[in-house]
Design a protein around this ligand. Sequence first.
Ligand code: CMP
Length: 141
Amino acid sequence: AVERTLSIIKPDAVAKNVIGQIYARFENAGLKIVAAKMAWLSAQEAGEFYAVHKERPFYAELVKFMTSGPVMIQVLEGENAIAKNRDLMGATDPKKAAPGTIRADFAESIDANAVHGSDGQDTAKAEVAFFFPAMAVYAGR
Ligand code: CMP
């Protein structure tokens, strides 16, 4: 089915100047960018976005990292978009990410891991809505 998923290019990858290279991977896999914006998240915004991880030991570090510089936030649309984006990203820990994945090629550590992608249908819906009102998402054709 055609799905939408939320993608974030994290501060490390923005600083590396690889937004275009990552966009090319989305496009070459048949995913359309149907909404996009650059933002420098506040601690409150990053904390709320990652609220599901509030009790995890890495939460403070995660919020600190995600507010360390601008991020590029987009909605990807396509057949099986949620799983497709996760395949393109590779494992959360770049040391475990398969060769040729975004994290294997651009990420340095489990914290600075280049990209975020929604992990399921419910989180995709919630994460898209967190950053983009419906009128700011353009249906792919
Ligand atoms: P992301 O997909 O953005 O979702 C939460 C982030 O927390 C994850 O990517 C990692 O960058 C970061 N993180 C740091 N340590 C861990 C860990 N042990 N397990 C999962 N995520 C972690």
